[in-house]
Ligand binder design. Structure first.
Ligand SMILES: NC(=O)c1ccc[n+]([C@@H]2O[C@H](COP(=O)([O-])OP(=O)(O)OC[C@H]3O[C@@H](n4cnc5c(N)ncnc54)[C@H](O)[C@@H]3O)[C@@H](O)[C@H]2O)c1
Length: 438
């Protein structure tokens, strides 16, 4: 079939720029190198391991996604980024302590070759961190333009036509939308006037979009989801996505909650608590940063369970989320969920989930998929919010007037149908009646 979009072929090289080269970023990059050396498989990555059914079930057509849509390949990825610490990626990955030293040693040269560029940083937005690898400039406008220079220089240095940016920096404190966020004009004036409500993550986003680089926000703080930057994405014709990688406990929630709801089982309470000992945990120990995360985590159940449509089942649900910083665990987060449910005649039951997860191991394949899919979207000339990438986020971005879709399985269908649509294949409704007619 003819593709519905005129999709440019995949680039041989794709730049992946990452503000925040901590646990997630280093696990992702080191992982790609380890995979390229055939030391491991890209488990968790839909672009690398997923298949997609095409046409009727009787046709038996289920190619790999990476063979169906033109994606950049792992050996063409070129990594760069920024951090407030100047450690090269071998050092940073060692400090993050996610991957075994043996793995890191086998790709030491590749990792040592990547050193973060000095960051745009403002301690009022991340109160628990102090770094010394930071750009200087009189105002935010100057800093933003330094980032644009970095992007151009990175592309020239590596001979790249195309790049994407994925924010893997620390969670910034919770802020509400303000005047400077409303239009591009006010935002750019705000940059020049050092408006206090413009955070570093917004400055990176502005720089990326101005350079025509698609942007995804892996953290829960406001960044690309303000109207000013969405306006810029539309003007520049650049795809954007966000926010907050869906891993760990929230991933579990969006797997379990749709199942309970589909059987019309009630829920009276959902208590979630986590212990986490990495730098992310340390940042989230600050109430400002935790509030940003909490809002992102709490929104999930409401939109899946739709209490306004199902008041008897979910109208009185008590939802509580806690995160406690507990250094001995490092990146190996432990989450507990206690779910109070009720069934036939409202008889109560309980579900306990104890998830001993590895946060960055779950997040790394998301970074990979987002990099490849955002680049695909750009080559298909799709711009603005890419709702079909909701699958990867705790707080999916949607256009004004729509509520976000949190159900993981609906999100997956949306993603795969978007790929089918792009390539001119029939959408799959799962109706299936045609197999029984005649
Ligand atoms: N790991 C997961 O499962 C997961 C899930 C959802 C969201 N996230 C988010 O992803 C982000 C990264 O998580 P992580 O575990 O890698 O944290 P991390 O603390 O290991 O890494 C974050 C890095 O960002 C750097 N940084 C902070 N502000 C910066 C700035 N302005 N410019 C450049 N660098 C900056 C820090 O120095 C640090 O190295 C966090 O915001 C986290 O909340 C992670």
């Amino acid at each position: 079939m003819n593709p519905r979009y005129d999709i440019q072929s995949a680039p041989t090289k794709l730049g992946v720029l990452i503000p925040g080269m901590g646990a997630v970023a280093t696990t992702f990059i080191a992982g790609v190198y380890a995979i390229l050396k055939n030391q491991a498989k890209p488990v968790g990555s839909l672009t690398q391991m997923g298949t997609i059914r095409l046409g009727k079930r009787t046709e038996h057509r289920s190619p790999m996604i990476k063979d169906f849509v033109p994606l950049a390949t792992l050996d063409g990825l070129v990594f760069g980024g920024w951090d407030i610490f100047s450690d090269n990626l071998y050092q940073a990955a060692t400090i993050a302590g996610v991957l075994q030293q043996e793995t890191l040693d086998s790709i030491r040269n590749e990792l040592e070759n990547i050193t973060p560029m000095p960051a745009v940083f403002d301690k009022t937005f991340v109160r628990n961190l102090d770094g010394n690898h930071i750009k200087r400039g009189n105002d935010k406008w100057t800093l933003a333009n330094q980032l644009r220079d970095d992007i151009r220089h990175f592309k020239e240095q590596h001979g790249l036509d195309q790049a994407v940016m994925i924010w893997c920096g620390s969670t910034e404190v919770y802020i509400n939308q303000s005047e400077a966020h409303l239009t591009l004009e006010r935002f750019e004036t705000g940059l020049k006037e050092n408006d206090a409500s413009i955070s570093p993550s917004m400055i990176y986003t502005w720089a990326a979009l101005k350079e025509g680089v698609p942007y995804a926000n892996g953290a829960p703080n406001l960044a690309v989801d303000i109207p000013a930057l969405q306006e810029l994405a539309k003007i520049e014709g650049v795809p954007i996505a966000g926010k907050d990688f869906k891993t760990g406990q929230t991933l579990m929630k969006t797997i379990i909650a749709p199942g309970l709801k589909s059987r019309m089982l009630g829920i009276s309470g959902w208590y979630s608590t986590n212990i986490l000992g990495n730098r992310d945990g340390e940042v989230l120990d600050d109430p400002g940063s935790f509030k940003t995360k909490e809002v992102s985590k709490l929104s999930v159940l409401d939109t899946i369970l739709q209490p306004h449509l199902n008041p008897d089942l979910y109208g009185d649900l008590y939802h509580k989320v806690r995160i406690d910083y507990y250094p001995p665990r490092g990146d190996n987060k432990e989450g507990w969920d206690n779910i109070d449910i009720f069934g036939w005649l409202e008889y109560p039951m309980q579900i306990k989930i104890n998830f001993l997860c590895r946060d960055s191991i779950l997040a790394a394949p998301i970074v990979l998929d987002l990099a490849l899919f955002l680049n695909l979207a750009q080559r298909a000339k799709m711009s603005g919010i890419q709702e079909w990438l909701s699958f990867y986020f705790k707080s999916p971005m949607v256009t004004e007037g729509l509520y976000p879709e949190h159900d993981l399985f609906i999100q997956l269908k949306k993603l795969k149908n978007t790929l089918r649509y792009m390539m001119g294949e029939e959408l799959i409704t799962h109706l299936g009646l045609e197999y029984y007619e005649n």
